[in-house]
Design a protein around this ligand. Sequence first.
Ligand SMILES: [Fe+2]
Ligand SMILES: [Fe+2]
Length: 452
Amino acid sequence: MALKPILIAHESVDLRSLIHLCVESQLENPIIEVKNGKEAIKALDKYSGEFELICSGYQMEPGSGDELYAEVKKRKLLVPFLLISAYRPEELEALSTMRLDNPSNSFILKKNINGKSLMDAVQTMLGHGDDSNKNDQNYSKIRISKFIENPREDVDLYVRLSEGKLVKRFKKGDLLDIDGLKKFQDKGVEYFFLTTEDYLSYIKHESQKIFESFEVVDSSPEAMANLQVKALEESQEILNNIGVDPHLTNIVKASVGNIVGSVSKKKNVQKMISSLVFKKDYLYSHSILTSFLGCSMMQQLNWATEEGQQKMVYAALLHDIYIKDEGAARVKILSGSLYTSLSPSLKKDVKEHMKKSGDLLTKISNFPEDARTMILDHHETPEGDGFPRKLTASNTPVLSCLFILAHDVADFLITRFESGEGTSDFAQLYQKRFDVGNYQKPLQALLSVIGR
Ligand SMILES: [Fe+2]
Ligand SMILES: [Fe+2]
């Protein structure tokens, strides 16, 4: 007998997609998503109320969750109803009796929404020992196309050969390449299976992202190329604005553009770069601007061989690849409110991202070692209060100093442009802070780049 569909009615597309992922991880039923109560009632008509489960929000326009529930009740449907709302059912008149009406009905407070609460609720509402419709208890499945949108390397991935027989295809830490994942789809495999423990940690990241309301973006190669061009042009404009000779920025734009283009085509870094491009603006734009400034400074110092510039672009594009949060990417040192206001898990990301990015890069063949050093050192400072090694101006390698300075300036300029503050004090500020030890040469290069 065909399985009855599950209806998800919620006005937030991100929440619908989280509910969808969690429900799909446990059940084989088709899933129907609608964005309001009115559409949900239409779906009741269309399917004659034959649903396995209804997951519904409360505040929706047109047609709220209580209108939908009233309709379910009026039609005497015995479909379990899961309310996902900021309110408890008792606080909502039309829903106050829902748990008496049908003992299978349940609710989750919006603030408690996560993979575990959703999966537990669905299992309790439908499970009750009926495992015929469920996957192996210890595993949860995820559609490969969904996984590819947000691949993570900290989970084991299994493929199901036959009922109850799973084989591990990728283990934690394996570098995932999108083409390799897509090959499974080409062979007709629809789902990866994760241990439920891994799945919950995967979903936890997903739900965190949802609540940070990540934008859904078009990730076609054309869209990516357009964003790259946009970031290059913005960087050029920012530098022109602080007085950099447009002729120089033109030259740098062409070479950075070329390197970014060729780096992006490298199969094993493609995924990393595209994930960066589509992260929030700051992450990508400060990376591109750092490449720009770094390469311009190298030209002033006559270090700008193609190989040298490539190292700079690699380091600039990949230095924050393990940072997933824009706020965390803006942190430079471990004191100050930018850092202290972060959640514990973001704090951990900040502390570890240089090492993690550096380690990941060792897996890329021909990855320039100097680029790795720049990445490992990018949170050191001329004052010696950076991390992880508290290097000083006299023991930080010059190339790292150049990178740190370029990165600092990129952050400064973006922040100032965002806030609308001017940058007339720019040269003075940098002269004061960076005219010391191994930073001196890069500082001179910076000052000649900006024509001082
Ligand atoms: Fe950064
Ligand atoms: Fe960083």
